[in-house]
Design a protein around this ligand. Structure first.
Ligand SMILES: Cc1cc2nc3c(=O)[nH]c(=O)nc-3n(C[C@H](O)[C@H](O)[C@H](O)COP(=O)(O)O)c2cc1C
Length: 186
């Protein structure tokens, strides 16, 4: 198959779209982040790539704590808002119902079906962005997003971001069983 080279890029498909929260300048602030991923199992860790001038970064650094909130697709417009406007210019604290979990001063979003409470462990200077690595110390999942005691991705209905088209998507249909269907090639 013929491929088209486009040079160095950040074309990873798909990307999540999460809301990273921190108490910044005395109030809850949330920014949209697509560059986010799990970094370790034990201890559980997550990384987010945050451009150096972000207002949320001030709060992450000053508290050494932050949250990662996974919005459902129904929150698309508010997620986009948090990705367009900086807390430096607009107070974003009233957009959501904020609650506090185990960590003091870490704002969590009630409307998001999954909330991760994180303690800042490492920061790696990669150029335009800091890679911010947090240990996940608590996880909250909405009661109505379980099926038979397991968190159900279809009920969480996460918002997915596509970097080239800049469109938001929903999760698609199930195409197979992980750690199982690959055995066909044994
Ligand atoms: C879909 C989407 C994804 C984004 N992903 C990131 C990201 O991964 N890292 C980042 O630094 N900014 C990202 N942004 C931009 C920030 O969310 C945006 O600059 C925001 O206004 C920063 O808010 P703050 O200054 O209040 O922290 C994204 C924006 C959108 C709309």
């Amino acid at each position: 198959m013929q491929k088209r080279k486009i040079g160095p890029s950040t074309m990873l498909f798909p990307m999540p779209s999460v809301l990273v929260g921190a108490k910044t300048s005395g109030r809850a602030n949330f920014m949209t982040v697509a560059w986010c991923g799990i970094a370790s199992h034990q201890p559980p860790a997550i990384c987010v790539a945050v451009r150096k001038k972000r207002f949320t970064l001030d709060g992450i650094e000053s508290n050494a704590k932050f949250s990662v909130n996974i919005p459902g697709a129904d929150l698309m417009k508010k997620v986009d808002f948090c990705g367009i406007y900086s807390g430096r210019d607009k107070d974003k604290s009233g957009l959501f119902t904020v609650f506090i979990g185990d960590l003091e001063d870490v704002p969590l979003i009630e409307e998001c079906p999954v909330n991760l409470e994180c303690v800042l462990k490492h920061q790696l200077d990669l150029g335009s962005h800091w890679l911010v690595i947090g240990e996940i110390v608590q996880t909250h999942i909405s009661e109505d997003c379980y099926t038979e005691d397991k968190a159900d991705p279809l009920k969480i209905n996460p918002l997915i971001y596509s970097p080239s088209s800049q469109n938001y998507h929903r999760l698609g249909e199930i195409v197979g069983k992980a750690f199982y269907d690959g055995r066909d090639f044994e």
